[in-house]
Design a protein around this ligand. Structure first.
Ligand code: HEM
Length: 470
């Protein structure tokens, strides 16, 4: 009996060792603030500007910080190196998105075709097709100097011509609803199974909020597609992402699931592009009003290269305007538009389902990468040894990197260079005519935004503005 026990025990030990060596891939997760029994770090999660607290924790626990809420794990990457290592080099593993509140992320299934469409509709060559659109929108924008999102035009060939535009208002309303419903979704994000609860159940508030707002969200998805389809049928349309697919030169017809993906992709372009560009322009106004010397330096460069009151600046002028280009980089570094990027879900190694978040704000304020990171200084991007290019960080990482980056860079360059050419921006004045120091609040949302600040915008090239012809 004893003789049989030893081989059995040995076999058991060997099996455990083999299992641990080859099958147990569970590595300890990086540290994070101490978690409480059951709720984990729930009580410590900041309600406002979470990227700031995450960066604070990184000082204590290192660039990778683990947070837990109930059984759900989040891994926050606070350095460029960790974000590039995990999300860029192993992007296949981290490209899924978490449950999107009311429906499972279909990206996993449709991901390859969705990304292919995004890439071919928004790559450098394709974006040249949209140049006339960009030019028109720029003129409308300068004329009204209103931050109206111009992405309808790119996605559908829709022309935003007034500040009171129906589709613009619709997308604003959609953004408001998404912010409103962000919080109640918290538990469904953590426990996806809750989405099967009946809507009267106490924990199912997300279902009730959605039911009220569903008509607007449905219209948001359907209305621009219907508009674009009608325009193409009538033969009177402008080249757009939608028209390229719906009415390709080869004459092939899109239908079935492909059409569904096309609509979904076009919708993601205008929702992805709507508030991002506006946010960057808001930060630009804020920074120009508080940094008159930098504004003047940029305007001097424009006057030297283009001439004052001569013509609008085009993308062809960009190389000749390095200081203005550096201002754009510095705006996006100093005030990253999407401070926490978008969440990515891990598939293996790091426990499956872990949400991986790149803290873009921490990355662009890392003093090891950017000397004096809180100082707004475009010259850090100039000279023989410029500091790291923020464009490599602010658009996200890996397979889910922002497909609109090229378009965004182009549109923003056109916008800020021409605003500098045609307007002077300065601090707002109080009732006694004294400068008001802006007291900025940043919107806590996927796309942040400088809010509640005023500034003065005074034309500096009235003749040029008068000749815009829109
Ligand atoms: C300053 C401007 C912009 C910034 C900073 C920005 C940033 C980002 C970031 C950080 C992500 C998440 C990437 C990730 O998961 O790692 C993203 C996704 C996305 N962006 Fe942008 N974006 C900008 C403008 C635009 C524009 C103009 C468009 C469209 C024309 C656009 C379309 C999209 C889309 C469709 C996605 C989702 C991609 C996917 O799910 O695979 N973005 N963007």
């Amino acid at each position: 009996m004893l003789s049989a026990t030893y081989p059995l025990a040995l076999l058991l030990v060997i099996s455990v060792l083999v299992w641990r060596r080859f099958f147990n891939t569970k590595l300890p997760l990086p540290p994070g603030p101490p978690a409480r029994f059951l709720i984990g770090n729930l009580h410590q999660l900041p309600e406002k500007e979470p990227w700031l607290q995450y960066a604070e924790w990184a000082k204590e626990y290192g660039p990778l910080v683990t947070l837990r809420t109930f059984h759900h794990t989040q891994l926050i990457l606070n350095s460029a190196k960790s974000a590039l290592d995990l999300l860029e080099r192993r992007s296949a593993v981290y490209s899924d998105r978490p449950v999107a509140g009311w429906r499972r992320s279909r990206a996993a299934i449709r991901f390859p075709r969705y990304r292919k469409m995004l890439h071919s509709g928004l790559n450098r060559r394709a974006t040249q097709l949209y140049r006339p659109t960009q030019d028109h929108q720029l003129r409308v924008f300068l004329r009204g100097l209103a931050a109206s999102p111009d992405k309808f035009m790119i996605a559908y060939g829709y022309n935003v011509s007034t500040d009171d535009d129906y589709l613009v208002k619709l997308v604003d309303e959609g953004a408001r609803i998404m912010t409103e419903i962000g919080q109640p979704f918290f538990y469904v994000q953590t426990f996806p199974i809750l989405r099967f609860l009946p809507s009267w159940f106490p924990l199912a508030k997300f279902k009730r909020v959605l039911a009220v707002n569903k008509p607007v969200l449905d219209t948001l998805e359907a209305a621009p597609n219907e508009w674009a389809q009608k325009a193409i049928d009538s033969g009177n349309y402008t080249e757009s992402f939608f028209s390229q697919y719906f009415h390709p030169e080869g004459g092939q017809v899109v239908h079935g699931e492909e059409m569904d993906i096309l609509k979904w992709t076009a919708a993601s372009i205008y929702t992805g592009g709507a508030h991002t560009t506006t946010s960057a322009i808001a930060s630009f106004f804020l920074l120009m009003s508080t940094h008159p010397e930098i504004q003047k330096e940029a305007q001097d460069e424009i006057d030297r290269v283009i001439g004052r009151d001569q013509r609008l600046i085009t993308l062809e002028d960009q190389k000749a305007l390095p200081y203005v280009s550096a201002v754009l980089k510095e705006v996006l570094r100093w005030a990253p538009v999407a401070p926490l990027g978008a969440e990515n879900n891990a598939d293996f190694r790091i426990p499956k389902g872990t949400t991986v978040i790149a803290n873009i704000w921490a990355i662009t304020h890392d003093s090891e990468v950017y000397a004096d990171p809180f100082v707004f200084d475009p010259t850090r991007h100039l000279g023989e040894n410029p500091q790291a290019d923020p464009f490599n960080f602010v658009f996200g990482y890996g397979r889910r990197v922002c497909p609109g980056a090229t378009l965004a860079e182009d549109s923003l360059f056109l916008a800020i260079s021409n605003i500098l050419a045609t307007f002077n921006i300065s601090r707002a004045l109080d009732a006694n005519g004294k400068d008001v120091e802006p007291c900025v609040e940043w919107k806590t949302s996927i796309v942040t935004m400088a809010m509640n600040f005023g500034c003065r915008i005074v034309p500096r090239s009235p003749d040029l503005l008068a000749s815009l012809g829109v």
